[in-house]
Design a protein around this ligand. Structure first.
Ligand code: GLP
Length: 259
C-alpha cells in the first residue's frame, strides 16, 4: 500500500467518529505516522492526491496538514513538498547522577557544542540573590548557552553563579563543570526540579521546533560539599528529545518519607 492508501485506510476507520473532516484526516495521518505505516522522511502524497482519494476538499486537506506541521509531526520543504518529520533520537538521562551536559553527551558518543547566548557579570535578580545568597552589592555571573549535540539543538541553559566563584565568565571553555572543577568548585550534590512548559517563540526558534510545542523546564540548584549553593541553572529542554529516568526503591523500615 502506498502512503495515500495508508492514510485513506486510516480515514475510513475513523469516519464513524462524527468529528469534523479535517480533524479526522489529521488523526488519520498522525495514526499512520505513529503506527509506522509512513516513516520519518517519507513524502506525504500531494494535497491533490489525498483530496481526490479521500473525496474531500483541498482546503480541508491543507488545514489538517498545516496543523500537523505546527505540531512538528510533518515538515514542509519549499519546492519539494511535505514530509514526515525526522524522529529525534531520544536521550535517556538518569536522575540519580550529578553529571554535566558535556559528560552526558560524550558518554553517548555524541559531538557536543554550544552557541553562546550571553555571558557576563550583572547585578543579581531577586531570585538569584535568594538562591545564591548574594547581597545587592555583589555581582552574579550569567552563562547562557544553546546546547547542541550531533548538530541538533537540545536545550537552552541559563546558569547563574556568584561572581566570586566565576569572576570571568568569558574565560570558561566548552564545559562549565570542567571550569568549576579546575577552581575546586565542582558541585557534589544538586536538587533538580522538572516541570512541563510550552515553548515560547524565541526558545522554539533556537531549538528549531514549532512554537508552542511541549518542552521541559528544568531548574538545578547545586551545592558544594560545604553546603554552599554554587550553581542556579534554569533550562528549557526539547520535550521530544529527552527521557528522564529515575530508579525507585521500596523504602526500608523507618525510612518512609525520607528524601
Ligand atoms: C547540565 C545541567 C546544568 C549544568 C550543565 C553543565 O546540563 N543541567 O545545570 O550547568 O550540565 O554542563 P557543562 O559542564 O557541559 O557546561
Amino acid at each position: 500500500m502506498n502512503a495515500a492508501d495508508q492514510i485513506f485506510a486510516m480515514l475510513k476507520e475513523s469516519s464513524q467518529s462524527g468529528a469534523p473532516l479535517y480533524l479526522q484526516l489529521r488523526k488519520s495521518i498522525e495514526d499512520a505516522v505513529n503506527r509506522g505505516l509512513i516513516g520519518p522522511g517519507d513524502a506525504l502524497p500531494s494535497e491533490r492526491d489525498i483530496a481526490s482519494k479521500a473525496d474531500i476538499s483541498r482546503v480541508t486537506v491543507r488545514k489538517a496538514v498545516q496543523d500537523l506541521v505546527k505540531g512538528g509531526i510533518l515538515v514542509q520543504r519549499h519546492g519539494s513538498g511535505t514530509f514526515v518529520a525526522p524522529r529525534m533520537e531520544r536521550v535517556e538521562q538518569s536522575l540519580s547522577r550529578l553529571t554535566s551536559f558535556t559528560e552526558d553527551m560524550a558518554r553517548r558518543g555524541m559531538a557536543v557544542r554550544s552557541a553562546w547566548l550571553d555571558r557576563g557579570l550583572y547585578a543579581p535578580s531577586p531570585d538569584e540573590m535568594m538562591v545564591l545568597g548574594l547581597s545587592s552589592s555583589e555581582l552574579v555571573a550569567r552563562v547562557a548557552r544553546l546546547r547542541i549535540a550531533n548538530d541538533t539543538p537540545l536545550a537552552i541553559e541559563r546558569a547563574s553563579l556568584s561572581a566570586s566563584v566565576l569572576p570571568d565568565p568569558e574565560a570558561i571553555g566548552s564545559s562549565l563543570y570542567a571550569a568549576l572543577e579546575t577552581s575546586g568548585n565542582r558541585p557534589v550534590r544538586a536538587v533538580q526540579r522538572i516541570s512541563a512548559a510550552n515553548l515560547g517563540d524565541s526558545d522554539a526558534r533556537l531549538l528549531e521546533v514549532p512554537p508552542g510545542i511541549a518542552g521541559l523546564h528544568i531548574e538545578r540548584i547545586s551545592y558544594l560539599a560545604s553546603g554552599k549553593v554554587i550553581e542556579f541553572t534554569r533550562s528549557i529542554y526539547r520535550g521530544d528529545a529527552y527521557d528522564f529516568v529515575a530508579e525507585l526503591r521500596l523504602s526500608g523500615p523507618g525510612e518512609e518519607g525520607r528524601p
